[in-house]
Design a protein around this ligand. Structure first.
Ligand code: ADE
Ligand code: SF4
Length: 336
């Protein structure tokens, strides 16, 4: 950015920055928690979770002393639970050895990628490194009319942002670019008339704001079919703890299996040990590039190998969001 643009951007940020709880009384721990929660999740969604988390765990040491189930329970509903497990592990390592203070060493911690490491290092430790997410990419791709996409766009944005970053305020600079992308330079209809960069913005100058950034090719979505059974016996529901997978490991679920090509639903249910089931409903959801159709059934039998819980007990266990939907479908069939 030209230095006049850079100065106007920081002035705009000083006047317009949202009053977010992690910007009040910032410290390295709160910055870390907020940046991990903000991975893959919008600010509005994060707000109540951040407050709850900080109330329960006011310090890194408090997280380190807690058990994983409790950390996961506070995360319940935020999604991408691997983040919670990694944060827990990071806090344990940092409680023992101290939190690293540079972006390169932060990036070696579990669950801390390039972006989060740079965000924490610039905001909490004033290290002059650029951090670039989708919002920042959009601003810079438009400002410079960058014809790139994917990782080459990311690298070019990091390079250009670092070139104009004011050395005294790296964290504010990064957050100003994020904030501009989130509130002014929005994907569909950017508010260029109130944008502090408009005078020198390339895409605005040529009336091509929505032609940048260039789209990248996405993999085709894949269809998946799952069959899930809610076992009901003696007023209790049968669940199991998920033991593998990247997303949902150690959360709880009803027995569930993939429906193989050309397989009948009854046969998939038999594989789960379930017979004479009653249909509960169908739920569609997306996980990464999978479009999942989940067929849910109720089975009034004592299926083997499960943990049997009342509806109340289940409410406090962490479950993947689609499993909560299945639980709600089943609620109508349960004794009250
Ligand atoms: N998204 C990721 N980090 C953020 C931050 N510090 N402020 C606002 N949005 C963000
Ligand atoms: Fe984005 Fe418009 Fe500002 Fe350019 S002038 S950075 S397109 S909001």
């Amino acid at each position: 950015l030209r230095s006049a643009s850079a100065k106007r951007l920081l002035q705009w940020y000083d006047a317009n920055a949202r009053d977010l709880p992690w910007r009040r009384e910032p410290n390295a721990y709160r910055t870390l928690v907020s940046e991990v929660m903000l991975q893959q999740t919008q600010v509005a969604t994060v707000l109540p979770y951040f407050s709850k988390f900080i109330d329960r765990f006011p310090s890194l040491e408090a997280v380190a002393a807690a058990n994983e189930q409790e950390v996961l329970s506070l995360w319940q509903g935020l999604g991408y639970y691997k983040r919670a497990r990694s944060l827990h592990q990071t806090c344990r390592e940092a409680a023992a050895n101290g939190l690293p203070q540079t972006s390169t060493s932060l990036q070696k911690l579990p669950g801390i990628g390039r972006y989060t490491a740079r965000a924490v290092a610039s905001i909490a430790f004033s290290e002059p490194v650029a951090c670039v997410d989708g919002n920042v990419e959009r601003v810079l791709a438009r400002y410079y009319r960058l014809e790139l996409s994917g990782s080459r766009l990311r690298t070019e944005c990091e390079r250009r942002s670092a070139l104009t970053m004011p050395r005294q305020r790296p964290g504010d600079w990064n957050q100003a670019l994020m904030e501009l992308g989130a509130s002014v330079c929005t994907p569909r209809s950017p508010k260029c008339e109130v944008c502090p960069l408009a005078a020198e913005c390339g895409a605005f100058g040529s009336r091509q704001t929505c032609e940048f950034p260039r789209p990248k090719q996405k993999p085709h979505p894949q269809s998946r079919f799952h069959v899930c059974v809610v076992p009901l016996y003696d007023g209790r529901l049968g669940v199991r703890q998920i033991t593998e997978g990247r997303w949902w490991r150690s959360l709880w679920e009803f027995p569930k299996t993939d429906l193989e090509p050309n397989e009948q639903i009854e046969d998939a249910l038999l594989r789960l040990g379930a017979k004479r089931c009653e249909p509960l409903g169908i739920h569609n959801h997306s996980v990464t590039n999978h479009r999942v159709t989940l067929h849910a059934y109720l089975c009034r039998r004592r299926l083997p190998g499960l943990t049997w819980l009342s509806q109340e007990d289940l409410a406090t266990l962490p479950m993947p969001a689609p499993q909560r939907v299945v639980l709600r479908m089943a609620a109508g069939a349960l004794p009250q």
